[in-house]
Design a protein around this ligand. Structure first.
Ligand code: IDP
Ligand code: MG
Length: 138
């Protein structure tokens, strides 16, 4: 069993695809073991995406992530990290495989509906960024 952090980003909440995204997780062996809606400040978004601080899109990305409500979740399942990445699709929706969340709902490389941890270390950091142990029902 593995855990990963998922975020339905502000564009996903705005577009009303929250339920559809969760449905895809649940029907593909990923269980939601923690969930809440958050309105990140610019500073909180910058802390979350600190790894990207040198990238040209850092300012714009953190403006976007702090622009409205997002839903953060801990998903648990077998190979949860790679399974979630597979369901999400490529970062750029134009390169995402058919049937993936980004292919189906994203219309912009930055506003791409979902976030998912990319490895065990980032999953541990990202889960602890939003949740304490009491909030995780694993
Ligand atoms: P990922 O979300 O698929 O793991 P990362 O490379 O970790 O992709 O990038 C984090 C986020 O930054 C992306 O999900 C997207 O919102 C944004 N992003 C990545 N590359 C670009 C870009 O070239 N232009 C604008 N935004 C980008
Ligand atoms: Mg990433």
């Amino acid at each position: 069993m593995e855990r990963t952090l998922s975020i339905v980003k502000p564009d996903g909440v705005e577009k009303g695809v929250l339920g559809e995204v969760i449905k895809r997780f649940e029907s593909n062996g990923l269980r939601v073991i923690a969930m809440k809606m958050v309105c990140m400040s610019k500073e909180q978004a910058k802390g979350f995406y600190y790894v990207h601080r040198e990238r040209p899109f850092y300012e714009s990305l953190t403006d976007f992530m702090s622009s409205g409500p997002a839903v953060v979740m801990v998903l648990e399942g077998e190979n949860a990290i790679s399974k979630n990445r597979e369901l999400m699709g490529a970062t750029d929706y134009r390169e995402a495989a058919e049937g993936t969340i980004r292919k189906d709902f994203a219309t912009d490389i930055e506003r791409n509906i979902v976030h998912g941890s990319d490895g065990p270390d980032t999953a541990a950091f990202e889960i602890s960024y939003f949740f304490n142990e009491l909030e995780i029902c694993g």
